[in-house]
Design a protein around this ligand. Structure first.
Ligand SMILES: Nc1nc2c(c(=O)[nH]1)N[C@H]1C(S)=C(S)[C@@H](COP(=O)(O)O)O[C@H]1N2
Ligand SMILES: [Mo]
Length: 229
Protein backbone atom coordinates (compact mmCIF):
# COMPACT_ATOMS: atom_id res chain seq x y z
CA UNK A 1 0.00 0.00 0.00
CA UNK A 2 1.25 3.50 -0.83
CA UNK A 3 2.79 5.34 2.09
CA UNK A 4 0.43 8.25 1.51
CA UNK A 5 -2.59 5.97 1.96
CA UNK A 6 -1.13 4.36 5.11
CA UNK A 7 -0.50 7.79 6.65
CA UNK A 8 -4.04 8.86 5.78
CA UNK A 9 -5.50 5.73 7.42
CA UNK A 10 -3.42 6.09 10.58
CA UNK A 11 -4.35 9.74 11.05
CA UNK A 12 -8.04 9.25 10.24
CA UNK A 13 -8.20 6.21 12.55
CA UNK A 14 -6.94 8.33 15.46
CA UNK A 15 -9.49 11.04 14.72
CA UNK A 16 -12.34 8.54 14.49
CA UNK A 17 -11.32 6.89 17.76
CA UNK A 18 -11.29 10.28 19.49
CA UNK A 19 -14.60 11.31 17.95
CA UNK A 20 -16.43 8.12 19.01
CA UNK A 21 -14.58 7.30 22.24
CA UNK A 22 -17.31 8.46 24.64
CA UNK A 23 -20.13 6.92 22.58
CA UNK A 24 -18.29 3.59 22.36
CA UNK A 25 -17.68 3.57 26.13
CA UNK A 26 -21.38 3.99 26.80
CA UNK A 27 -22.51 1.07 24.57
CA UNK A 28 -23.99 -1.90 26.51
CA UNK A 29 -21.16 -4.32 25.76
CA UNK A 30 -18.77 -2.01 27.58
CA UNK A 31 -20.95 -0.05 30.02
CA UNK A 32 -23.36 -2.70 31.36
CA UNK A 33 -22.29 -3.90 34.79
CA UNK A 34 -24.75 -6.77 34.96
CA UNK A 35 -25.19 -8.36 31.55
CA UNK A 36 -28.11 -10.75 31.10
CA UNK A 37 -26.56 -14.18 30.73
CA UNK A 38 -23.86 -16.38 32.22
CA UNK A 39 -20.37 -15.12 32.78
CA UNK A 40 -18.73 -11.92 31.78
CA UNK A 41 -19.05 -9.53 28.91
CA UNK A 42 -16.01 -9.37 26.69
CA UNK A 43 -14.74 -12.50 28.34
CA UNK A 44 -11.14 -13.52 27.98
CA UNK A 45 -11.05 -17.26 27.57
CA UNK A 46 -13.97 -17.91 29.98
CA UNK A 47 -17.08 -19.48 28.46
CA UNK A 48 -19.76 -16.85 28.71
CA UNK A 49 -23.11 -16.78 26.95
CA UNK A 50 -25.89 -14.20 26.68
CA UNK A 51 -29.33 -14.97 28.11
CA UNK A 52 -31.44 -17.34 26.02
CA UNK A 53 -28.48 -18.63 23.99
CA UNK A 54 -27.23 -22.23 23.73
CA UNK A 55 -23.62 -23.05 22.79
CA UNK A 56 -23.19 -25.04 19.59
CA UNK A 57 -20.09 -26.65 18.10
CA UNK A 58 -21.64 -26.75 14.64
CA UNK A 59 -21.98 -23.65 12.53
CA UNK A 60 -25.52 -23.43 11.14
CA UNK A 61 -26.16 -21.58 7.86
CA UNK A 62 -28.82 -18.86 7.63
CA UNK A 63 -29.66 -16.95 4.50
CA UNK A 64 -32.54 -15.67 2.38
CA UNK A 65 -32.45 -18.72 0.09
CA UNK A 66 -29.74 -17.32 -2.18
CA UNK A 67 -26.00 -17.95 -1.85
CA UNK A 68 -24.32 -15.66 -4.38
CA UNK A 69 -21.10 -17.04 -5.87
CA UNK A 70 -18.81 -14.05 -6.50
CA UNK A 71 -15.45 -15.00 -8.03
CA UNK A 72 -12.56 -13.03 -6.58
CA UNK A 73 -11.75 -11.31 -9.90
CA UNK A 74 -15.34 -9.98 -10.08
CA UNK A 75 -15.56 -9.08 -6.39
CA UNK A 76 -15.89 -5.39 -5.48
CA UNK A 77 -16.67 -3.54 -2.29
CA UNK A 78 -18.24 -0.09 -2.54
CA UNK A 79 -17.86 2.25 0.44
CA UNK A 80 -19.82 5.43 -0.05
CA UNK A 81 -22.58 7.68 1.29
CA UNK A 82 -21.65 10.35 3.83
CA UNK A 83 -17.87 10.09 3.34
CA UNK A 84 -15.13 12.40 2.03
CA UNK A 85 -13.39 9.74 -0.10
CA UNK A 86 -15.80 7.13 -1.51
CA UNK A 87 -13.98 4.04 -2.84
CA UNK A 88 -14.62 0.88 -4.80
CA UNK A 89 -12.16 -1.76 -3.65
CA UNK A 90 -10.99 -4.71 -5.74
CA UNK A 91 -9.83 -7.93 -4.11
CA UNK A 92 -6.18 -6.80 -4.38
CA UNK A 93 -7.04 -3.40 -2.81
CA UNK A 94 -8.84 -5.14 0.04
CA UNK A 95 -5.92 -7.46 0.80
CA UNK A 96 -3.50 -4.50 0.70
CA UNK A 97 -5.24 -2.91 3.70
CA UNK A 98 -4.04 -3.62 7.27
CA UNK A 99 -5.02 -7.22 8.18
CA UNK A 100 -6.31 -8.11 11.65
CA UNK A 101 -6.62 -11.50 13.33
CA UNK A 102 -9.08 -11.92 16.17
CA UNK A 103 -10.94 -14.55 18.14
CA UNK A 104 -14.56 -13.76 19.01
CA UNK A 105 -18.04 -15.19 19.60
CA UNK A 106 -20.97 -15.43 17.22
CA UNK A 107 -24.49 -15.08 18.65
CA UNK A 108 -27.43 -15.86 16.37
CA UNK A 109 -30.82 -14.51 17.40
CA UNK A 110 -32.31 -17.96 16.72
CA UNK A 111 -30.59 -18.89 20.07
CA UNK A 112 -27.32 -20.55 19.10
CA UNK A 113 -23.91 -19.16 20.00
CA UNK A 114 -20.60 -20.37 18.63
CA UNK A 115 -17.66 -19.38 20.84
CA UNK A 116 -14.02 -18.60 20.10
CA UNK A 117 -14.11 -18.36 16.34
CA UNK A 118 -10.79 -17.39 14.76
CA UNK A 119 -11.08 -14.76 12.05
CA UNK A 120 -8.85 -12.78 9.75
CA UNK A 121 -9.83 -9.70 7.79
CA UNK A 122 -9.95 -5.92 7.74
CA UNK A 123 -11.29 -3.81 10.60
CA UNK A 124 -14.36 -1.71 9.85
CA UNK A 125 -12.43 1.04 11.67
CA UNK A 126 -9.67 0.90 9.04
CA UNK A 127 -12.18 0.95 6.17
CA UNK A 128 -13.87 3.97 7.78
CA UNK A 129 -10.48 5.63 8.16
CA UNK A 130 -9.83 5.05 4.46
CA UNK A 131 -13.04 6.79 3.31
CA UNK A 132 -13.27 9.35 6.13
CA UNK A 133 -16.91 9.58 7.21
CA UNK A 134 -18.29 13.11 7.24
CA UNK A 135 -18.93 14.83 10.58
CA UNK A 136 -22.66 14.17 10.18
CA UNK A 137 -22.36 10.38 9.64
CA UNK A 138 -23.95 8.40 12.50
CA UNK A 139 -24.85 4.93 11.11
CA UNK A 140 -23.94 2.51 8.36
CA UNK A 141 -26.03 0.27 6.13
CA UNK A 142 -24.28 -2.88 4.98
CA UNK A 143 -25.56 -4.43 1.77
CA UNK A 144 -25.01 -7.99 0.51
CA UNK A 145 -24.76 -9.42 -3.02
CA UNK A 146 -28.05 -11.20 -2.20
CA UNK A 147 -29.76 -7.80 -1.65
CA UNK A 148 -29.65 -8.26 2.11
CA UNK A 149 -29.15 -5.13 4.19
CA UNK A 150 -28.60 -4.37 7.87
CA UNK A 151 -28.00 -1.15 9.81
CA UNK A 152 -25.73 -0.42 12.79
CA UNK A 153 -24.51 2.66 14.60
CA UNK A 154 -20.97 3.90 14.06
CA UNK A 155 -20.11 3.40 17.73
CA UNK A 156 -20.79 -0.32 17.26
CA UNK A 157 -19.21 -0.51 13.80
CA UNK A 158 -15.93 1.07 14.93
CA UNK A 159 -15.23 -1.40 17.75
CA UNK A 160 -11.94 -3.24 17.22
CA UNK A 161 -13.57 -6.68 16.85
CA UNK A 162 -15.87 -5.64 13.97
CA UNK A 163 -14.16 -7.11 10.91
CA UNK A 164 -14.79 -7.79 7.26
CA UNK A 165 -13.43 -11.33 7.23
CA UNK A 166 -12.12 -13.45 4.37
CA UNK A 167 -10.62 -16.23 6.52
CA UNK A 168 -12.02 -18.39 9.32
CA UNK A 169 -10.00 -20.98 11.25
CA UNK A 170 -7.14 -20.41 8.81
CA UNK A 171 -9.18 -21.25 5.70
CA UNK A 172 -11.00 -19.10 3.12
CA UNK A 173 -14.50 -18.22 4.34
CA UNK A 174 -16.87 -20.75 2.68
CA UNK A 175 -19.52 -19.38 0.30
CA UNK A 176 -22.39 -20.60 2.50
CA UNK A 177 -21.03 -18.49 5.38
CA UNK A 178 -20.71 -15.39 3.22
CA UNK A 179 -17.42 -15.82 1.36
CA UNK A 180 -15.42 -14.31 -0.17
CA UNK A 181 -16.03 -11.57 2.46
CA UNK A 182 -18.58 -11.02 5.22
CA UNK A 183 -18.83 -8.71 8.18
CA UNK A 184 -18.86 -9.89 11.81
CA UNK A 185 -20.28 -7.99 14.81
CA UNK A 186 -19.29 -10.03 17.90
CA UNK A 187 -20.98 -7.64 20.39
CA UNK A 188 -24.30 -7.75 18.49
CA UNK A 189 -26.53 -10.55 17.18
CA UNK A 190 -25.04 -12.03 14.03
CA UNK A 191 -27.68 -10.78 11.61
CA UNK A 192 -25.94 -7.37 11.92
CA UNK A 193 -23.04 -8.85 9.95
CA UNK A 194 -23.79 -9.03 6.25
CA UNK A 195 -22.59 -12.10 4.39
CA UNK A 196 -21.37 -11.58 0.77
CA UNK A 197 -20.91 -7.91 1.61
CA UNK A 198 -21.04 -5.64 -1.44
CA UNK A 199 -21.48 -2.12 -0.13
CA UNK A 200 -21.05 -0.11 3.07
CA UNK A 201 -23.14 3.02 3.00
CA UNK A 202 -22.45 5.72 5.62
CA UNK A 203 -25.66 7.45 6.66
CA UNK A 204 -26.62 10.62 8.50
CA UNK A 205 -29.72 8.96 9.96
CA UNK A 206 -30.67 5.49 11.20
CA UNK A 207 -32.51 3.64 8.43
CA UNK A 208 -33.71 0.07 8.89
CA UNK A 209 -32.27 -2.92 7.03
CA UNK A 210 -33.99 -6.12 5.87
CA UNK A 211 -34.69 -7.79 9.24
CA UNK A 212 -34.99 -4.50 11.10
CA UNK A 213 -37.93 -3.61 8.82
CA UNK A 214 -39.50 -6.96 9.70
CA UNK A 215 -39.53 -6.56 13.48
CA UNK A 216 -35.99 -7.39 14.57
CA UNK A 217 -34.21 -4.92 16.84
CA UNK A 218 -32.45 -1.87 15.51
CA UNK A 219 -29.78 -2.24 18.20
CA UNK A 220 -29.55 -6.06 18.70
CA UNK A 221 -27.62 -6.27 21.99
CA UNK A 222 -27.34 -9.99 22.92
CA UNK A 223 -26.42 -9.15 26.53
CA UNK A 224 -29.74 -7.31 26.93
CA UNK A 225 -31.85 -9.97 25.22
CA UNK A 226 -32.62 -7.23 22.72
CA UNK A 227 -34.09 -9.33 19.88
CA UNK A 228 -37.16 -7.49 18.62
CA UNK A 229 -38.43 -3.93 18.44
N1 LIG B 1 -26.13 -11.13 3.03
C1 LIG B 1 -26.68 -11.78 4.06
N2 LIG B 1 -26.11 -11.67 5.27
C2 LIG B 1 -26.64 -12.29 6.34
C3 LIG B 1 -27.82 -13.06 6.23
C4 LIG B 1 -28.42 -13.17 4.93
O1 LIG B 1 -29.45 -13.82 4.75
N3 LIG B 1 -27.82 -12.51 3.88
N4 LIG B 1 -28.34 -13.67 7.35
C5 LIG B 1 -27.94 -13.12 8.65
C6 LIG B 1 -28.33 -13.94 9.77
S1 LIG B 1 -29.97 -13.92 10.20
C7 LIG B 1 -27.39 -14.59 10.54
S2 LIG B 1 -27.79 -15.36 11.98
C8 LIG B 1 -26.00 -14.73 10.08
C9 LIG B 1 -25.73 -16.19 9.85
O2 LIG B 1 -24.44 -16.45 9.41
P1 LIG B 1 -24.05 -17.96 9.08
O3 LIG B 1 -24.99 -18.45 8.01
O4 LIG B 1 -22.64 -17.90 8.62
O5 LIG B 1 -24.21 -18.73 10.35
O6 LIG B 1 -25.74 -14.00 8.87
C10 LIG B 1 -26.45 -12.81 8.73
N5 LIG B 1 -26.01 -12.16 7.53
MO1 LIG C 1 -30.07 -14.91 12.34
Amino acid sequence: MALEKITRIVEARMKLKARFEEKIKSTPSIADEQPMGSGKLNRHGMPSVPVGQIVTKKWPVLDLGIQPDIPIDKWKLIIDGAVDHPVTLTWADFLSLPQTEDSSDFHCVTTWSKLNMNWKGVRMLDLAALVQPSETATHIMCHGYDDYSTNISMEEALKPDVLLVHTVEGKPLPIEHGGPVRMITPQLYAWKGSKWISRIEFMTENKRGFWEERGYSNTAYPWRNDRYS
